[in-house]
Design a protein around this ligand. Structure first.
Ligand SMILES: Nc1ncnc2c1ncn2[C@@H]1O[C@H](COP(=O)(O)OP(=O)(O)O)[C@@H](O)[C@H]1O
Ligand SMILES: CC(C)(COP(=O)(O)O)[C@@H](O)C(=O)NCCC(=O)O
Length: 306
């Protein structure tokens, strides 16, 4: 990991948490309640020590992006359009991407009071089960070939151009793309979260990173991520018990041991393979790497130097 991250500044939590400490106002009760509504396990200490300084850093990137775009406009003797600021968040399945993304959406909404902040997950760009089955790659769901990357890039390009865009939605409950679409109204800030956001189209001509103004990789050890995956799997099955339309309902009659075996199998044969072959190799495309310990507490931060 250390040579791979040669162009990163490694920052301990202790140093990071003291950055900007005096300029950040403490969270209000209402703001704390909002955070707990995302996931009541999120540590308030982490929000204060790690995520609020991160928001300050994003503020710097946003200002720089807008200054550059203004200067480019002067050079071209054209009035620069206001472009949305796009943040990409990647990492393994079950590492905590969606929790981080929702937390960041909330903190950015609170911090940039006049800006709209939208969040999109890239699972909506998975091919529908029918297409995956026709191509005999249903078992490869989550791997690069299972995503319609051209569509994802078209979406990002339209958002950059300031348009409202309709996108497909994936349901974990149904385990497929839903028939209805979601309208993403042209935002000031867009967060795009998914295992594939630092990857390219299959022909390697276009890289999704080119659309990002800031990017985060959420990192942890394989053993911890596996544990979070297994725990989440158990919760999903619990929730599916009463809902016969849920994809996981069919597994709710299995014994606890059988469930554990099945989840371990999926982790080992699908998600771990995907992590090692296609997700972790994209880690060094992120501006910031947030490394979490076994309790989801961020213990190390890496910031790209150049
Ligand atoms: N900061 C956090 N604090 C506590 N639990 C977390 C945190 N981030 C993620 N989790 C838990 O870890 C599991 C995986 O998180 P999730 O955001 O669903 O991952 P991903 O979107 O990467 O698949 C979930 O059970 C979630 O509740
Ligand atoms: C839909 C996904 C490919 C996307 O992962 P996510 O962006 O939700 O982390 C993944 O959650 C998934 O379903 N993988 C297939 C193997 C499994 O059922 O875990």
């Amino acid at each position: 990991m250390e040579t791979e991250l040669i162009n990163y500044e490694k920052i301990t939590r202790h140093i990071w948490q003291n950055l900007y400490k005096k300029t950040i106002p403490p969270l209000t009760e209402a703001e704390l309640d909002n955070i707990k509504s995302i996931n009541d396990e999120i540590s308030v200490q982490d929000v204060n020590d790690v995520y609020l300084p991160l928001v300050q850093l994003i503020r710097i990137y946003k200002k720089t992006m807008s200054d550059l775009s203004f200067s480019k406009g002067l050079f071209l003797q054209k009035i620069a359009e206001n472009q949305p600021f796009i943040i990409g968040i990647s990492g393994s399945v079950a590492v905590g991407k969606s929790t981080t993304a929702r937390l960041l959406q909330l903190l950015l909404t609170q911090s940039f009071k006049t800006s709209t902040v939208e969040l999109v997950t890239t699972d909506g760009f998975l091919y529908p089960n029918q297409t995956l089955t026709e191509q005999n790659i249903l078992h490869r769901k989550g791997f690069p070939e299972s995503y319609d990357m051209e569509s994802l890039i078209r979406f990002l390009s339209e958002i950059k151009a300031g348009k409202d865009v309709e996108i497909p939605v994936y349901s974990h409950e149904i385990y497929d793309i839903l028939p209805e679409k979601n309208l993403v109204k042209s935002p000031d800030i867009l967060i795009v979260e998914g295992i594939n956001v630092f990857q390219s189209t299959l022909n390697k001509r276009l890289y999704i990173n080119d659309f990002f103004d800031f990017s985060i990789y959420v990192d942890a050890t394989e053993a911890n991520i596996e544990r979070w995956y297994l725990e989440r799997f158990k919760t999903l099955l619990e929730l599916a018990k009463k809902d016969s339309t849920n994809y996981y309902h069919q597994f709710t009659t299995l014994s606890a041991n059988e469930v554990l075996k099945m989840a371990r199998d999926t982790w080992k044969k699908v998600n771990l393979v995907n992590l090692r072959e296609f997700i972790e190799p994209t880690r060094s495309r992120a501006e910031v790497i947030l490394h979490k310990d076994k309790r989801h507490k961020v213990d190390k931060i890496y910031l790209k130097k150049y």
